[in-house]
Design a protein around this ligand. Structure first.
Ligand code: AMP
Ligand code: MG
Length: 418
């Protein structure tokens, strides 16, 4: 059976990022958080825009004050007060200074700011009590960057700091990648929506809701196609619609070896190329992965639709989503780096067990204990049908094939969930 690593490289090699020219839209800066920048941003302005003061203090001519000391202060006449946002009116002459505040424009004639703490003021005179550095506390025009500088590269996700940079550079609108569209299908005759009363044998379709939340957390658009019966015709119709309308399709259930598991059969009848039919992992073994070559140009501009047939078990859905689907969505979304799954070596706080046959994913929590991350598996059953102890999971510990026990205090690799 295919190893997890091999499955991962097969999948991620087949993922094409959205197109820099075709899959883009323009958004306002205020709604740009978490979007992926499609094109580099070049500054139209110098930054800072003007020479300005980095301190509250006095703008002076360095040559006037270079000999100053507490014993022999230089005395200057204050000729103007310059708050931030004010355009200075006076040129500083020998023997003169201007009161100035942080961020305010430097007056003509002055080249240095003496911080307030190194001065003493009496009405319109200031005593300079220490020699400043030449040009001290002046932020020069274009010192941080010049107009024409590449401010941000394409392919980065916009967070607070990048938004601040763009606002300062007066870029109120940006070209970002459109959100990837991810269709979600739940298969199973036994499934009902959470608002329906449960008849004997029925199960609530939690996968649709879990996947919608996870997909949106990744910055993608969720196209919810609901519950589809275990009937070939119904599945055929839903899957045809999904691949024509999404970049990526996620179905859950119907990929095991049971009588009512039709997903692979329908993928084949729709002309899909099935790359993966099972992965040597627990939970998640029945994972199916396929691609559709879209020769009819059903949903331009993408040429390939990707299809994950996820297992039906709710825990297996989450584990396979975190391990394979999340990196896939991130790579589609156009981010140049940082889309791969993230692993960390930590110590386990409790023992971890597996039968050693498949790569085993144990869900639980990372806690910071005395500055070291320690992993605690969730209490209760780690059955892939159990959902309740998956709540609040922030890491999955991984036991490689052949490893049956990791004892408390030993190192373990975890998949970080965020
Ligand atoms: P299957 O692979 O279709 O046989 O499903 C395996 C198990 O997962 C069965 O116990 C199903 O009832 C359960 N299951 C399948 N789909 C869902 C779903 N959408 N939400 C919750 N449980 C599901
Ligand atoms: Mg089923």
């Amino acid at each position: 059976m295919l190893s997890v690593r091999d499955a991962e490289s097969i999948i991620l090699n087949l993922v094409q990022p959205l197109d820099k020219q075709l899959d883009i839209e323009v958004v306002d800066l205020l709604t740009a958080a978490n979007r992926v920048l499609a094109t580099p941003v070049i500054s139209p302005l110098d930054f800072p825009h003007w020479d300005n003061s980095a301190m509250d203090g006095f703008a002076v001519r360095y040559e006037d004050v270079q000999q100053s000391s507490a014993e022999q202060p230089t005395v200057l006449e204050i000729v103007e007060e310059i708050p931030a946002g004010y355009q200075p009116q006076v040129t500083i002459q020998p023997g003169q200074a201007a009161r100035i505040f942080t961020g305010a424009v430097m007056p003509k004639g002055a080249d240095t700011v003496v911080m307030q703490e190194r001065t003493h003021r009496e009405r319109n005179r200031v005593f300079i009590l220490a020699a400043p550095q030449p040009q001290g506390f002046v932020r020069h025009k274009a010192a941080f960057y010049q107009a024409g500088t590449n401010l941000l590269p394409g392919g980065i996700r916009l967070k607070g700091p990048e938004i601040a940079v763009l606002a300062a550079a007066q870029c109120p609108q940006l070209t970002v990648f459109r959100r990837p569209r991810v269709a979600i299908i739940s298969t199973g005759d036994e499934l009902v929506t959470p608002d329906q009363p449960l008849q004997p044998g029925q199960i609530v379709d939690s996968n649709q809701y879990a996947l919608a939340a996870l997909v949106r957390e990744c910055g993608a658009e969720a196209l919810l196609l609901g519950i589809v019966k275990d009937e070939p015709a119904a599945l055929h119709e839903a899957m045809t619609y999904a691949i024509a309308n999404a970049d990526l399709v996620l179905s859950s259930g119907g990929v095991s070896v049971g009588e009512y598991d039709y997903v692979e059969q329908i993928l084949e009848s729709l002309g899909a190329k099935i790359h993966i039919r099972a992965v040597n992992m627990k939970p998640g073994k029945p994972l199916t992965f396929a691609t559709f070559l879209n020769q009819q140009g059903l949903f331009p501009p993408r040429t390939t639709a990707l299809y994950f047939g996820l297992p039906g078990n709710p825990a297996a859905v989450l584990v396979t989503f975190w391990r394979f689907v999340q990196p896939t969505i991130k790579k589609i979304s156009g981010v140049a780096e940082g889309w791969e799954a993230e692993f960390l070596k930590v110590l386990t706080h409790f023992e971890l067990r597996s039968d050693g046959k498949r790569e085993t994913y144990v869900w639980g929590k990372l806690h910071l204990i005395d500055g070291v991350y320690k992993f605690s598996p969730a209490g209760g059953s780690q059955s892939s049908g159990n959902l309740i102890n998956l709540a609040q999971t922030n890491a999955l510990a991984i036991l490689p094939v052949g490893k049956t026990l990791i004892s408390p205090g030993e190192e373990v690799q975890v998949l970080l969930l965020r």
